[in-house]
Design a protein around this ligand. Structure first.
Ligand SMILES: [Zn+2]
Length: 430
């Protein structure tokens, strides 16, 4: 089933009522149901045929809900660890690396696995919708979407907190069809989401959709496809740091497909997700065995987000409670949530650099720290097949090799900006 895709290789299954839907490329929910739910892609190919690494992310196009292929994508790369594995006393540790590390074949120029989602989401959108895609981001997602939309001439508005503009570095600038809108200094990711909702209330714009976008989840799920095809089996444990947890939900969904494929053994994959203490709403909710998220005061959340080094892990409203969300994924896989503070993450990041030879993002360092803690606590068997998802890395290396510049916002809005005014001003940018 490999080869170029035009969208005829999948349908969407509504997890609310089980209905099968034809994809429009931008559909995010079932037209008949109002309870929160996911649409899940249902692929014609039960067996995955992965292409060569040169095909970038689209080597996994059998299991991506896309209508076309775009320029410039890269695939996650998986390899068996020797040095870090030996240090931790593990016999079967596999690292899935997302970022910039040419020596390993890793070619994500914006440095994180957000490229997996960006090249999947944008390839799902048909050419010439006549509308403008809107993406809210703390930084990494915006950087990835700016790149794919610039390279492929897709109209885009990214909405970021003004204080995070320095995260939008690039080696190639951006195309005219890509605009940056910021929520004024002092605001956070949550405020940027609120501003993006105002933009999306305009006719001319449509939202990317976050976890509800099946292309986002299946794009992120390629990390597990990369691991399983390299390992020849499904891993026993999956370690990843989470903000929204969408990557972990995606990993669970990918494992279910690989189980149905039948070529990768039994599905024993436990999700071991981690948060950067003290921003720990997922941890607290999980440990309370609560499907609803525990209460988190807005001011406390901003304060916690300020403290943690892995800023991207500070989502206040993760898709945890809804059917098929993170709570269900953790329950279904027998998974767990682990905390790592800034100090533990920093020393894990340094250990990774020393043993594996590449810099990793603060979020990825949280995942490494969680693995170190799980091993020390005897919570994983030393011979277990472990997948460590390094969600970002090689950014220091990339910046050493390339000249990168910052990005400026085209417009900045305060939190109380009027929606009609926002729509008019952003509309004038196009
Ligand atoms: Zn429905």
């Amino acid at each position: 089933m490999s080869g170029k895709k035009d969208g005829s290789h999948y349908k969407l299954k509504a997890m609310c009522c089980g209905k099968t839907l034809e994809d429009t490329g931008t559909l995010l929910s079932c037209p008949d149901c109002s309870e929160p739910h996911f649409l899940r892609a249902d692929y014609a190919a039960v067996k995955l045929e992965a292409g060569p690494l040169e095909e970038g992310l689209y080597r996994f196009s059998d299991w991506l809900p896309i209508q076309r292929e775009l320029k410039g994508s890269a695939s996650p790369v998986t390899y068996k660890s020797e040095a870090l594995a030996a240090e931790l006393g593990l016999e079967n540790l596999w690292i899935t690396f997302n970022g910039w590390w040419p020596a390993k074949g890793a070619a994500m120029k914006t440095g994180t696995f957000k490229e997996c989602e960006a090249y999947s989401v944008c390839a799902r959108i048909p050419d010439h919708t006549g509308k403008v895609l809107v993406v809210a981001s703390a930084g990494n997602t915006a950087r990835a979407f700016i790149r794919v939309c610039s390279e492929n001439n897709i109209p885009l508005v990214v909405v970021v907190p003004e204080d995070n503009l320095n995260a939008l570095w690039s080696d190639e600038g951006r195309a005219d069809c890509v605009k940056i809108v910021a929520s004024a200094s002092g605001s956070d990711y949550f405020d940027a989401i609120a501003l993006s909702n105002k933009v999306c209330s305009g006719e001319q714009f449509y939202p990317e959709g976050g976890a509800k976008n099946p292309a986002r989840r299946d794009g992120m799920g390629t990390t597990v496809l990369s691991a399983a095809t390299e390992m020849g089996r499904l891993p026993d444990y999956y370690f990843q740091a989470v903000g929204s947890g969408t990557g972990a939900i995606a990993a669970w969904e990918a494992a279910l497909r690989l189980e149905a494929d039948g070529s990768y053994g039994a599905n024993t994959m436990k999700l071991m997700v981690s948060q950067n203490e003290p921003f720990q709403i997922i941890y607290d909710s999980w440990k309370a065995d609560s499907r609803p998220l525990v209460e988190l005061d807005d001011d406390a959340a901003r304060e916690q987000a300020h403290i943690i080094n892995a800023k991207v892990l500070s989502n206040r409203k993760p898709p945890y409670s809804l059917p098929g969300g993170l709570y269900d994924a953790l329950k279904a896989t027998g998974g767990d949530v682990i905390l790592a503070d800034n100090e533990e993450a920093a020393s894990a990041g340094a250990l990774f650099l020393e043993k594996e030879g590449i810099d990793i993002s603060p979020a990825a360092a949280v995942a490494v720290a969680s693995l170190v803690k799980a091993v020390k606590a005897g919570r994983v068997e030393t011979d277990a097949a472990i997948m460590l998802n390094i969600t970002g890395g090689g950014m220091e290396l990339f910046k050493k090799e390339h000249t990168t510049g910052p990005s400026k916002a085209d417009l900045v809005f305060s939190a109380d900006a009027d929606a009609a005014d926002v729509i008019e001003q952003v509309g004038k940018l196009f």
